[in-house]
Design a protein around this ligand. Structure first.
Ligand SMILES: [Ca+2]
Ligand SMILES: [Ca+2]
Ligand SMILES: [Ca+2]
Ligand SMILES: [Ca+2]
Length: 472
């Protein structure tokens, strides 16, 4: 209501103000302008990738763009998991668009009824040896041998062909979440973490990027349910030289069996639990998203974010929270709360890279149900300084029921420079009047020209050994 009042007061007086005050007033809660239509500093939309399936919800989960066609510009891949095909429901589709031109490069149609093909579309560095990036696509409710198992497949955008396919175990929903794992088995091909949260405690599989073989299964010792709902590779927290992994278990029972949710960091080497955190109430949704952050406190180990978006709060009275824990000690370093009840703050959290240029990685947090005036579920993205925890930027969606900020990933500067860039999904944005088609906006931050140029030796995003006193 406050935003609306400010908005309308500004508009009502705009005609009078125009003549005596030529400087434009920034519109509250506005979506960034197109980079082509504005040369002002701040965030602008370099390109919008629009879903083509009415109700398809493009971009439920997507990865960082990579160059699939070898033109030197990273390309965007995402799926619409609710696509109807041949009158069978929710077959889904997945597509790759040229980052340079916006043209579609490749589209795959799911052929597994109710499979939710395209639920996750993860670009991966070259898997089949043709020196071009490929994609890994999840259909987590797909059936195989008559059972719901989940199917994950790798495909080449260059040829369209399937490189490998992997089915999960009976009922486990393999591929509910995906994350890059780096080259874990040192065979020269990058591997993938795939969550399978729906059987027993739930698990995370390390899947070979070369042939889809399950190299290792990670699971907690207790039956916490839903482990692997969300997964992230988190860098080497136990300092044994190998990157480790984090996983969320948002239905984990706590005291009196209330599903308070949990989150874990496991050693990649032996599956040992390095850290375990729990939510406090069954409303939390604690562990729905976990993320690897940069080293925010200067102890040379990256931190872990865990969100509690309050998804289960049917009264929509709670705004959601994001917790930042020390990767080294597991201690809570920061706790951030949303700005509006029911906005699902933390339904997405991810490292945003160094947005403000202070060499410490910053954090992007989505609140896809944020209301703007009378418009419900417009969505909001909040950028927080990794160094100070302060809000650096707020970016809003541009229509009601857009769900802007549902999913977010870093992206390379589309012009090949070093500007911060983010790929932000608005899951239920309309396209040409068709609701819930979904769009992805590639946002770029243009900085004001600096008053003077400082010589900078390092492009690193961490400041080693510099403990920051503002962190608890
Ligand atoms: Ca390209
Ligand atoms: Ca390839
Ligand atoms: Ca640290
Ligand atoms: Ca920063």
């Amino acid at each position: 209501m406050i935003a609306l009042a400010v908005c309308c007061a500004t508009r009502a007086t705009a005609a009078k103000a125009k003549q005596r005050a030529p400087a434009p007033t920034p519109t509250p809660a506005a979506h960034p302008p197109s980079c082509r239509q504005s040369d002002r500093s701040g965030w602008c939309v370099a390109r919008r990738f629009a879903g083509t399936v009415p109700g398809g919800e493009l971009g439920f989960r997507f990865g960082e763009p990579l160059d699939v066609d070898g033109d030197g510009t990273a390309d965007v891949a995402a799926g619409a998991r609710f696509t109807l095909d041949q009158s069978a429901p929710q077959n889904g589709n997945a597509a790759v668009w040229s980052g340079a031109t916006g043209a579609p490069l490749r589209t795959w149609t799911g052929d597994l009824p109710d499979g939710l093909f395209g639920h996750w579309v993860l670009p991966a560095p070259d898997l089949d040896g043709d020196h071009r990036a490929d994609v890994v696509i999840a259909a987590p409710t797909a059936r195989a041998d008559g059972h719901v198992r989940g199917v994950v497949s790798a495909r080449s955008p260059a040829t369209g062909k399937e490189i490998w396919q992997r089915s999960g175990q009976d009922g486990e929903n393999l591929g509910w979440d995906l994350a890059p794992a780096g080259d874990a088995n040192a065979d020269g091909v990058p591997d993938v973490l795939a969550g399978a949260p729906s059987v027993d405690a739930g698990s995370v599989k390390l899947v070979s990027g070369k042939d889809g073989t399950v190299l290792r299964t990670y699971s907690p010792p207790a039956d916490v349910q839903s482990f692997g709902w969300y997964v992230a590779s988190v860098g080497d927290v136990d300092r044994d030289g190998r990157p480790d992994l984090a996983a969320g278990a948002p239905l984990e029972p706590g005291i009196a069996d209330a599903k308070v949710g949990g989150a874990y960091v496991l050693s990649a080497r032996d599956g040992r639990i390095v850290h375990h955190w729990q939510g406090t109430t069954k409303l939390d949704g604690f562990g729905e998203v976990v993320a690897a952050l940069g080293d925010l406190d200067g102890d040379a180990v990256g931190e872990i974010a865990v969100s509690a978006p309050r998804t289960n709060d049917q009264t929509r009275a709670l705004p959601g929270e994001v917790f930042v824990y020390s990767g080294r000690t597991g201690k809570e370093l920061r706790r951030w709360t949303g700005t509006q009840p029911g906005e699902l703050f933390g339904r997405m959290v991810v490292s945003a890279g160094d947005v403000d240029g202070d060499r410490v990685d910053d954090v992007a947090i989505g609140a896809p149900w944020h209301r703007v005036g009378e418009r419900a579920r417009v969505g909001r993205l909040e950028l927080r300084s990794g160094r100070t925890g302060k809000v650096l930027h707020e970016i809003f969606g541009d229509e009601a029921d857009a769900w802007f900020g549902w999913h977010v990933r870093r992206a390379p500067d589309p012009d090949g420079g070093k500007r911060p860039a983010l790929l932000v999904g608005a899951l239920r944005h309309s396209v040409e009047g068709e609701p819930a088609s979904g769009v992805l906006d590639l946002l770029v931050l243009r900085r004001a020209a600096p008053a003077r140029t400082k010589h900078r030796r390092s492009q690193g995003t961490t400041t080693r050994g510099a403990r920051r006193s503002d962190i608890r």
